[in-house]
Design a protein around this ligand. Sequence first.
Ligand code: NAP
Length: 248
Amino acid sequence: MFDLAGKVAIVTGGSRGIGRAVSIALATAGAHVLVNYRSNEDAAQETLRLIREGGGSGEILGFDVADPESVDECIKDAAKRLGHIDILVNNAGISIDQLLLRVSAKDLEMTWATNVNGALYCAKACIRSMMRHKWGRIINLSSVVAESGNPGQVVYSSSKAALLGMTRTLAREYASRGITVNAVAPGFIETDMTADLPDAARQSIIDQTPLGRIGRPEEVAAAVVFLASEEASYITGQVVRVNGGMHV
Ligand code: NAP
């Protein structure tokens, strides 16, 4: 439906879960997709295989988003090699769930290093190429809990709320350069991140979700592809909520 032919996209954490679905959906729309992963190269290769199986094009790109030198080196090298980076999806994320009294400095540092600093490093590394071509899309994966809060997720939810501030500020900073910056805030989506949730907690989430079910990664990917498209050119600084009505 949306045409991303000729665009180059980077999806951080494209090896699994939502990032895999986003990578496949962007490639299906015609983008050349750089599938980033941190450690799970086999999973990234599987994403690439699925992209190619669907007739799309892409490559894998291993780097840790929390390491500013690697981010800079890998993204700048890709931009030089491919000529441009048009779409950045800041999807890589981790969740360390603890009540405040049990939160350690290490939990906090690790989570923010990936979820917040990582997104900023990637945006910084991509923005020059986008400015040069006067066109760009940055899409940050936040979460329903950034806005609703959730007991036991103070570290994660605060990192995801930080991404909303980043989204709004970058939207204002780069609008005049033809770059839009938006966030997608998923509710509870079936991936490795949510796989270990006990049955009772899972049922309670379903009970709190008006659409009465858990979401699929492809349903999040559809919102990302729309925001990446030409058709979304007048949307910036916004949060698109893909949560089955869990938080309205
Ligand atoms: P997931 O299944 O746990 O996958 C996480 C992905 O992030 C993997 O591809 C992983 O790479 C990558 N990653 C983690 N740390 C990284 C780092 N430092 N550098 C590069 N890549 C890194 O997660 P998910 O459920 O798909 O979630 C994707 C995003 O959506 C996250 O930002 C998450 O917070 C957000 N979200 C998820 C849900 C949900 O219910 N699932 C809800 C709201 C928001 P490797 O494969 O190499 O480990």
